[in-house]
Design a protein around this ligand. Sequence first.
Ligand SMILES: Cc1ncc(C[n+]2csc(CCOP(=O)(O)OP(=O)(O)O)c2C)c(N)n1
Length: 327
Amino acid sequence: MVKMPKKERALGMYKDMYLIRQYEEAIYYLFLEGIMPGTIHQSHGQEACAVGMIYDLRKEDYILTTHRPAGHDLAKGVSLRSMMCEMFGKAEGCCKGKGGAMHTGDISVGAITANAIVGGNLPIAAGVALRCKMLKTDNVAVCFFGDGASNEGAFHEALNAAAVWKLPVVYVCENNLYSATTSIKMTTAVENVAADRGSAYGIPSEVVDGNDVLAVNEAAKKAIKRARDGKGPTILELKTYRIGGHSRNDACGYRPKEEEAEWFSRDPVTTFRNRLLAEGVASEEELQEVEGAILAEIDEEIEYAKNAPEPQPEDALTDVYWEGGIA
Ligand SMILES: Cc1ncc(C[n+]2csc(CCOP(=O)(O)OP(=O)(O)O)c2C)c(N)n1
């Protein structure tokens, strides 16, 4: 078990995980009530992956995420207000209301707009890392993807390029055992879908408990340092589990109940909360105060976003490529 860090750092990690959990819970109910348009792919259950990986990144470092981006984006510092406005399709959304749940991000904090094409962000991450290298910065790119994405051709092409060019990129497979509704047992012959394959490209890898924020953070620090030091890419495979369905319409009938119970007993947010209490890092009252402040902030931003201005019809013609250039 990784040693508990100092109080400020430990509480910082807890706050980030709690914010992600509660943001996604709130969004889920707004969808069910029919108040919010579109769909959502929640990352609840996978908060430790986002927070452990991103906690020590600099603002100038980049993340590249997927159709399940909320946790990564919030952890990287995309503002809650701009995330919430994006979910309501409002002009103040991080993508001006044009992206929705699968396309959040904010380049000003290094969160490259999420890419919902499974595996599509892996070669882009190699390109981002190549740019960091060519400009002689020591910034790094961290690229998240699911176990399903590691069966895409783009995964193999990106890994090969990243290895050959020793790119400053960390590839992070959040292995939640399912690609949408299909069990990994039906799609993949190796046990560690990303890590076992890294060796084919000469990339070092590590398999980590993705529900333990401190374990993820230990592995992240090593991989990020390796990338910053010019030693090339690493693959981390974080074993984790979604709490809910693939998207909001999925009741998860395909998952064995015993499997769910086993993983739910290791919920990353409650496990870390219990450890904070057990090791005397924070009292119950302190944690409730932290949690109350986050819940109040989320409520405030929901009200703000509901009343925020809509994009104008002419805005549909900006931020698009056309034959004359970019509008
Ligand atoms: C190229 C491509 N194929 C199929 C889809 C439809 N699709 C969206 S998410 C998903 C499952 C992806 O599974 P995984 O990579 O394991 O990520 P997870 O959903 O588990 O986070 C699929 C098949 C897509 N978006 N892009």
